[in-house]
Design a protein around this ligand. Sequence first.
Ligand code: SF4
Ligand code: F3S
Ligand code: FES
Length: 260
Amino acid sequence: MASVPHSSEAMGTSRTQSASGEKIRLHIVRHNPADPASVPHVQTYELEQTAGMTLFIALSEVRDTLDPSLQFDFVCRAGICGSCAMVINGRPGLACRTLTQNVGPEITLAPLPVFELIGDLSVDTGNWMRAMSERLETWVHMKQQEVDLTRIEETMDPDLADKIYELDRCIECGCCVAACGTALMRKDFVGAVGLNKIGRFRLDPREARTDDDYYELVGDDSGVFGCMSLLACHDVCPKDLPLQTQIAFIRRKMVGKVWR
Ligand code: SF4
Ligand code: F3S
Ligand code: FES
């Protein structure tokens, strides 16, 4: 089930704003909350752009050659781990999947809002995601409780498995949360990432929970009724998850529970 390439995922996009060999300037928000003397400010670094340069490569070059104190996160460099999300020219996205030629030559970088700032471009999405996962219990609550290792595993319809896999592609990067007006205003909002997870478990035939249980979890303003349909989440998701459809569907189901 192929996913449609997103602007930040489409590394080969033909929109070229700056060329190889040209100077690019990174304007980066710097702040170290652990240092009482630190004052938030913007620092500018100038680099020569190379062919195929991503923001990951550019930031690594800054750290290696210009400023070893610059903080930012990367693990996979392949759009899989979600750790390099940051605000790129005002829009949340993955730095490792963004070509400098598509966002330069003047590039502003800031940490994702909503999440706790560790320093510079590094934020703690892990604690936020963990709290959301614990609250929504984002694991399968098995209908079949007893473990019987001799029993043949039940099969799943391939089309249904594909639909579940489609929603399971979330990398918990936090872009949808950082782009969401409700998440900025309400600390307890579960975000599109959380609502997408409810959609995923609703589909799972092994799952024991019903819509009554999901209503208890997301049937209020910290859940699906806090969503104002701003849809920035859908626009920025680097994995092109169908967040708009998921949120609308879950809202319809939960409204059904209000009027039962
Ligand atoms: Fe990132 Fe998309 Fe998952 Fe949100 S739903 S955390 S934007 S992958
Ligand atoms: Fe936020 Fe997305 Fe709803 S941006 S308000 S969760 S549609
Ligand atoms: Fe893993 Fe960018 S470094 S998604």
